[in-house]
Design a protein around this ligand. Sequence first.
Ligand code: PGA
Length: 247
Amino acid sequence: MRKLAAGNWKMNGLKADGVALAGEIAQRAKAEKLGCDILICPPAPLLFPVGAVLAGSPVALGAQNCHANEKGAHTGEVAAPMLTDAGCSYVILGHSERRADNGESDAVVRAKTVAAHKAGLIAIVCIGETLQERDAGETLAVVSRQLAGSLPDGLDAKGLVIAYEPVWAIGTGRTPTIVQVAEVHAHIRQTLKGRVADSDAVRILYGGSVKPSNAQELMNVPNVDGALVGGASLVAADFWAIAQACS
Ligand code: PGA
């Protein structure tokens, strides 16, 4: 399966930073054709300038969130059709930071996934357990529950990417063992059967402290079909090294 290297810039960078970083990634992607898909997800105000820099390059543009409604009286929110209009092909949904900071439930994530799908966006639906849940032996149950609640019916592999991100591995420098990653990814693959028609073709990304030094090992794990990269995606050389490991 063709892997996906996705950069989640989170709430980082002003226009000049984003344009420079995206420019460097676009330049590398034009010079060295990789065997993976590459995606950059900047903060919402940078979608247009970063999109302009990525135009004509093999690097796709994505957003970090959308609202469940198509339009209307929702001050401060961004609708999925606006993201398509800005040139996005992907949107990250249900990231653990949004689940924690904004109280996004599985039901909210499902409604947003429906909206993204309707707007023609590929939804990257994020799931993952907290440290407390891992220590209590609940990881697989949590992941199953999040998948059951967050995924609407009628999705296919073209419109859906799953990102497994253990909350305790995000931004901490800690990663699960290869055995733990393999176990959860195999469980996700199994759980997708019957939920998504062509479930074997759904890309399941690993996210949480992916770095150039651990990317290759993670990408060799069965059912790991790419990476969702936070901190390391803010350094062009690091993100590129991870993308190389994905291809
Ligand atoms: P990190 O973030 O790579 O900085 O751990 C990953 C993510 O939250 O998507």
